[in-house]
Design a protein around this ligand. Structure first.
Ligand code: M6R
Length: 357
């Protein structure tokens, strides 16, 4: 039920702080230890490489998950688009573990890969919002997202839930391996939940940005570096999916290799700046597009902000910034679509769950 909300998408964006808190509760024991199936621990510890398989937004969550697993748990990870992997399988390692990320658990492209790798005898873990779904039943293990039903075609709370669960999985693996960790994931996720609440309370400011930058835009570009780049891909998908504005996410450093040719007077360029080690470089990229007439909107994180930034998100742990930076971008897409009279919850040509190839 939508309740007092005009759209499911807006309701689901607002539910994200509660989903974070639910995940914290579900993945924690009474003694504040991480709670995870021993078989999953065993699978994570005995593999030599992880293959994340997903589509759309879930693929974008996988890109963020790779960062966690490699940086915290020290296991190499490849992230693959399901439909590509099925017809063009890369060389596999000796002891692969497959992780399927799927909100619905019914995506045909991902299932096709699951069927193939099961035939080959490889283990599979599904991370899904729907416990009894096909991908959950057919995999060896399941991790639940606890996001509650996601009705809007544009995925929002499932994306942040996927990232949170991947962070917990990575930290848990690091702990079982006895690797050093300098942060408590549950405490950091609680900080994230509070930050999300601050952002969902700033709808008017974000609606103004949507009006100012996107109301009549034909196209829009999102630029970022490192994990911000992954969020750019997700932000661009969200915007194109519901507002029909042609949108692309680019790695800041790639601009000069071609993309900058697209920048004209007034082209909206939205830059994400949440990572200290690339803050200087992404600022340089913003200067480059501004010099070509771009209408720049920088979304930065507290502590890294500059006076001219359009929007500043609260400070969170630098690995977890996608959970927070994505919220104003989800809202930006929502308002852009709303102002352009698009059907926000049911965009044209799209189904919530893509169960055919
Ligand atoms: O249910 P899944 O997570 O497997 O779905 C994958 C994609 O179809 C889905 O994320 C799609 O990209 C969304 N509509 C994006 O908002």
């Amino acid at each position: 039920e939508k309740g007092t909300y005009p759209h499911f998408m807006l309701k689901e964006i607002d539910e994200q702080p509660f989903v974070m808190r639910k995940i914290i509760r579900e993945y924690q024991t009474e003694n504040n230890e991480l709670k995870l199936d021993q078989n999953i621990r065993q699978a994570m510890n005995s593999c030599d490489r992880i293959y994340i398989i997903a589509a759309g937004t879930s693929y974008h969550a996988g890109l963020v998950g790779k960062e966690f697993i490699e940086k915290l748990a020290n296991v190499p990870v490849e992230v693959h688009i399901a439909s590509e992997f099925s017809y063009n399988m890369p060389l596999l390692s000796e002891k692969p573990l497959f992780i399927f990320i799927s909100q619905s658990g019914e995506t045909a492209d991902s299932r096709a890969v699951l069927v193939k790798i099961k035939e080959m005898g490889h283990p599979a873990l599904t991370i899904t919002n729907v416990p009894g779904s096909t991908l959950s039943r057919e995999a060896d293990y399941t991790l639940n997202l606890y996001a509650g039903p996601e009705i809007a075609v544009a995925s929002t709370k499932a994306y942040t839930a996927q990232i949170a669960v991947l962070a917990i999985l990575a930290v848990d693996t690091a702990k079982t391996k006895g690797l050093p960790l300098d942060f408590d994931p549950m405490q950091e996720l609680a900080i994230v939940a509070n930050a999300m609440e601050v952002l969902t309370d700033q709808k008017e400011a974000i609606e103004d940005l949507a009006r100012k930058y996107l109301h009549t835009a034909r196209n829009a570009f999102f630029i970022g570096r490192s994990v911000d780049y992954h969020v750019c891909l997700e932000a661009a998908l969200k915007l194109k999916e519901i507002s029909y504005i042609q949108a692309e996410g680019f790695a800041g450093g790639e601009l000069k290799h071609g993309t900058i040719a697209l920048i004209e007077e007034g082209t909206p360029v939205i830059a994400i700046a949440t990572q200290e080690n690339v803050n200087y470089s992404i600022r340089g990229n913003v200067q480059e597009v501004v010099a070509r007439g771009a209408n720049d909107m920088v979304i930065s994180m507290k502590g890294l902000e500059r006076d001219t930034d359009a929007f500043v998100i609260p400070h969170v742990h630098e690995l977890l910034t996608p959970l927070v930076s994505v919220v104003p971008l989800q809202l930006l897409s929502y308002y852009a679509a709303l102002h352009r009279d698009c059907d926000v919850d049911k965009p044209r040509n799209l189904a919530k769950s893509v169960t055919v190839e």
